[in-house]
Design a protein around this ligand. Sequence first.
Ligand code: SF4
Length: 432
Amino acid sequence: MTDARPATAAATVPCPFCALGCDDLSPVLNGARLRFSAPDCPILDAAAAAADAALSAPAAPRVGGAPASLEAACAAAAGLLGGARAPLVSGLAADLAGIRAALRLARALGATVDHAHGDALRRNLAVFQSDGWMTASLGEVRNRCDLLVVLGAGLFRRLPRLAGRVLRPAERLDGGAGPALVILDPAAPETLPEAVRALAPELLPVPVARAGEALGLLRALLAGRPVMADGAGGAGRAALATLLARLRAARYPVIAWSAAEFGFPHADLALEQAAGLVRSLNETGRAALLPLGAGDADASAHQACAWHSGFSLPTALAGGRAVYDPYLNRGDRLLAAGEADALLWLSCLRPDPAPPESPVPTVAVGHPGLRLAAEPAVFIPVGVPGIDHAGLIHRGDGLATLGLRRLRDNPWPTAAAVLERILGLIPAREEN
Ligand code: SF4
């Protein structure tokens, strides 16, 4: 770090690389190398290393695998997408300006739009749509929650600084020390991250695939129903009764999860049990959910699509109408069923999420080091939001918008600029 200099005049900058949206990073440049002051975050470290690697050998646009000018690559992308009958616009791992430009382009194309983590997004949305829910923000958990129940220890891998930033902040509005922690997961305690182990969590051996059973038993006990079972989901009845007593005694208990951990059929039914439990707890006290997605700007894509079309993802924008269908419009399904004939993949935060392997011609607009299993028809590298250019992105709880900064000189345009350029080359379709 000798000769390091601050990368920005701002005292601290926010991080766009996971749903937590930490806003306390102090970036420094050592030559062209970018480093952050944040303590021990493997996701941030990997994102910074990928950004460094990208700048050490800057990628240029390619058409059919051959180097091309930006102008030629945009023209090729416009020709490919404009000639498709049923294009899919997906990925959407970008800042808000990039996502909004992708939505405008999708509308002009009459395309269907989805997000790389659309399935996780829909899992949470299904609970909200079917039953409603009572939720907390990350700030409320940080300042008021006194008992946090986490469904699946994987949440701590997805949000590496959750323990330090939210569960044991330097200070809380209520003056307390931070919530007690219960984790439903069969993981051995020694496999938890050190910062989580330091909170002395109680572990109940309930895998996420059986969390619905355990939550259902808690609901039955809370409602005073006769319960014959001596446990549920892998946890004994006595342990669950103790957890229920803690939930009832807490001033502000919160149940948290990442929907990305619930990748099994009908997982929304398990999450509905959590929503129902919290609803019942609120009859006599105060409780909330903290439903998180998978990150990679899924919260931003959800918000932007909702205000552009009135619906979340996946939505078909053909014929000048917006049609939301969480099953028929799934991007993976459209590709697998041969119902999409071209793909625009937008992913510029990290080298992942990568475009899915698919036989349809693909235009990839993304991180200069985007992981590509196969050469797309057109590849256009763009800057990384929050490193190469400024922008806005939603935090994972959807309740705060983070102002990202440009931290270094770089040769790449923004995703929004590229997509607007492609849009300008698409002839207007009468039906749109
Ligand atoms: S925890 Fe998430 S938001 Fe915070 S520094 Fe790490 S990657 Fe960035």
